[in-house]
Ligand binder design. Structure first.
Ligand SMILES: Nc1ncnc2c1ncn2[C@@H]1O[C@H](COP(=O)(O)OP(=O)(O)O)[C@@H](O)[C@H]1O
Ligand SMILES: [Mg+2]
Length: 395
């Protein structure tokens, strides 16, 4: 069961909101609704347990409105939000409040720390409101501070902390609440780039360690691509594409998105699986050297991968090695097989495929049972890094 699910969600601010929803459903453009602002239009998606779900869009695209409906802070104009299968829109206010405090914590871009209270007290604040006893509060807040790298800072006052550290206190406060779901609205947007990168790394680490479900809002495409298992691209209140970074780069839903993503450093997003080409013909490791030479001549190649009967990759055979195996009178090419290639997993990033150890050796993409899934060539990389869709400029 998905953790959080949105079904045809709408939020319209202003006059005659319900009527505006009906008009939107009937195809009226958003900017023709006089007197009403459609902040979120027909949003449907589910957040999977344990993923980082990014909502990405420019300022004003409806991200904050959407996330505030997810935790029930803002009632939807139409549609439903389900948390653990429970329909928020049908619960009483106090039930929503309770569900929210048990299941979700929120981290904002600008959140208020109490200036005269210690970092520890600030971190434990939510727990105090929940009526958690002092000892447990302290213990959980200390643990949360440790998780965000603020071990030993609990006694300080917020004024003694840098901006980045204060933002960590916000994250610690959310972690101390120990909810499974974190909602982060532009939580890193006010930080300078270096600190921001550090916070992103830390969030990825926390995610790996704690397995939280995170809805992360950002207007920064690179941040979205770095963090998101999946990304919902929002424009004018609508989700215009939902997919992994890789999917969005390789097949943008429309020209807007294609233009928008064209400056992203693809090598840090695209995976070996998305740029590999099919393995093509392989040799059975049990083939004879002469048959292998014949095959290579026919295919006009100078080396081929050799496979065992289970389909596992044994190694690579070059024409020269096959020729000397034939001269030795070897029965099979098994003795001619070498490891002159690099094997990588399908989810390896393209930026990690080439390095001093790779040189110009062929790259084999193998699964965890070492079956050959595909081959990465420099040409495939260049093809993958180039814009995959013709971008039209209608400016
Ligand atoms: N309380 C409100 N009343 C009226 N309009 C609002 C309100 N909150 C947001 N909006 C409008 O809804 C749209 C989406 O806003 P918001 O969700 O804050 O976008 P984002 O977080 O992507 O910047 C904007 O046009 C904004 O002006
Ligand atoms: Mg916002």
């Amino acid at each position: 069961m998905p953790t959080v699910r949105a079904e045809k969600l709408y939020k319209v601010f202003g006059r005659r909101a319900q009527e505006a929803v009906r008009r939107l459903e009937n195809g009226t453009p958003r900017d023709e609704l006089d007197g009403a602002t459609a902040a979120v239009v027909d949003a449907s998606f589910e957040v999977r347990d344990g993923e980082i779900f990014v909502v990405m869009g420019l300022s004003g695209s409806g991200k904050s409105t959407l996330v505030r409906m997810l935790n029930g802070l803002l009632p939807a104009t139409a549609g439903r939000v389900l948390v653990d299968g429970r329909d928020l829109t049908a619960l009483s206010k106090s039930d929503v409040r309770q569900l929210r405090s048990r299941r979700m914590s929120m981290v904002f871009q600008h959140f208020a720390l109490f200036p005269h209270r210690s970092v520890l007290e600030n971190t434990a604040y939510g727990l105090r409101v929940q009526g958690v006893a002092r000892d447990e509060r302290t213990q959980r807040a200390e643990e949360a501070l440790r998780l965000v790298g603020l071990d030993g800072w609990g006694d300080r006052l917020p004024g003694q902390l840098s901006g980045g550290m204060r933002q960590r206190v916000g994250l610690a406060r959310a972690l101390a609440a120990d909810t499974d779901i974190l909602l982060m609205d532009e939580a890193f947007s006010a930080l300078d780039p270096l600190i921001r990168k550090e916070m992103q790394d830390q969030l990825l680490q926390l995610q790996a360690d704690l397995g939280k479900t995170i809805v992360f809002i950002t207007h920064d495409l690179n941040e979205a691509m770095r963090l998101g298992d999946r990304i919902a691209m929002m424009r004018d209140g609508r989700i215009v594409q939902l997919g992994s970074a890789d999917e969005i780069l390789s097949s943008p839903a429309d020209d807007h998105i294609a233009r928008f993503v064209q400056d992203v450093d693809r090598s840090r997003v695209l995976t070996a699986a998305s740029v590999m080409r099919p393995p093509g013909k392989t040799l059975a490791a049990s083939s004879g050297p002469r048959a292998s030479i014949h095959t290579m001549r026919k295919l006009e190649v100078t080396e081929m991968f050799a496979i065992d009967p289970d389909g596992g990759l044994v190694g690579i055979v070059t024409m020269a090695d096959a020729v000397s195996a034939a001269a030795r009178g070897a029965n099979t090419i098994t003795s001619a097989v070498s490891d002159g290639f690099v094997a990588v997993a399908p989810d390896s990033l393209v930026s990690e495929l080439f390095g001093p150890s790779t040189g110009d050796r062929p790259i084999a993409v193998v699964d965890d049972r070492r079956r050959l899934l595909g081959v990465v060539t420099p040409a495939a990389i260049l093809g993958g890094l180039a814009h995959t869709k013709e971008v039209t400029t209608d400016a």
